[in-house]
Write a protein that binds this ligand. Structure first.
Ligand SMILES: Nc1nc2c(ncn2[C@@H]2O[C@H](COP(=O)(O)OP(=O)(O)OP(=O)(O)O)[C@@H](O)[C@H]2O)c(=O)[nH]1
Length: 256
């Protein structure tokens, strides 16, 4: 059974900050947001986790392997180096959507995203090291089949972007409502999905659903591990098998 540890990262009182005392230059906000994301991704990544930029003011991380002390250190380090602070909510569970819902609730209970008195709150619980196991995380790495030949080298760059985003939007909604999974666009034509225990049939069904709904053909490699990195790395290898063998679904643990 999976046991996913999810952290919701929320910038404190960010909306008001972006317009105080006057609206700030957009390029500066974009630069600050992407640097902050890069720093968090590196911090969490060094501990085996994954961070997804999501909306930038709210980011979602899979943090199996990060303790509450690690989370506090991240807050301190960001607070020392950025003009903004972070609140973090951490929760765990067999269903990643439920874990994220619980993590969100802990932050919402501590105050509004635009409450100037809610600063650097850290709430929730982690999986203690003795309870961690190899099957804690399941990650599915989806990509669009031959995106380069069908889109990148054929359409103008914006029309390619629309096609890829359509595939992502359909997949993310379907995986969330039909399969309790969290999907994140990670660049190019790639979507990384944090899943509960799913099998070949569910992935086959999801690929068919996306193809029927928006006519985007995808393939998927799936991996398991103790951390997001381990599961995601196994998923990448499984996706390579899709590419070389022309299969649509490869489960790292089941090569039948
Ligand atoms: N974040 C991330 N992006 C990737 C990864 N692999 C590929 N990409 C992105 O996806 C783009 C397209 O690469 P591919 O998916 O290999 O190309 P393709 O034309 O779809 O070919 P096939 O996947 O073999 O069907 C690249 O330009 C990268 O931006 C990955 O593992 N992680």
């Amino acid at each position: 059974m999976t046991n996913t540890q999810v952290t919701l990262v929320q910038i404190d009182n960010y909306g008001p900050w972006t317009v105080t005392p006057e609206p700030r230059r957009e390029a500066d906000l974009q630069t600050m947001q992407s640097r902050l994301y890069a720093d968090i991704s590196q911090f969490v990544g060094n501990r085996g986790g994954y961070t997804f930029f999501t909306r930038f003011d709210n980011m979602i991380a899979v943090t199996n392997g990060c303790s509450l002390e690690d989370h506090a250190l991240l807050q301190e380090s960001v607070g020392n180096r950025y003009p903004v602070t972070l609140s973090l909510g951490v929760a765990t569970g067999t269903n990643p959507v439920q874990a994220l819902a619980d993590a969100t609730e802990t932050i919402q209970d501590a105050g509004s995203a635009q409450d100037k008195n809610r600063r650097e709150c850290l709430k929730g619980r982690v999986i203690e090291p003795p309870h961690r196991s190899e099957g804690d995380i399941q990650i599915a790495h989806f990509d669009v089949i031959n995106a380069t030949g069908n889109y990148t080298d054929e359409l103008n760059a914006f029309d390619t972007f629309i096609e890829i985003e359509q595939g992502y939007a359909e997949l993310m909604r379907h995986m969330r409502y039909a399969h309790g999974s969290l999907s994140f666009f990670v660049g190019g034509d790639n979507v990384i999905v944090v899943c509960p225990d799913l099998g070949r049939d569910e992935y086959d069904e999801a690929l068919s659903h996306v193809e029927e709904a928006v006519d985007v053909e995808m393939q998927v490699g799936v991996g398991r591990g103790k951390s997001a990195h381990e599961a995601g790395y196994a998923a990448k290898h499984a996706l390579e098998t899709c590419r070389t063998d022309g299969t649509r679904v490869e489960l790292e643990w089941d090569t039948a």
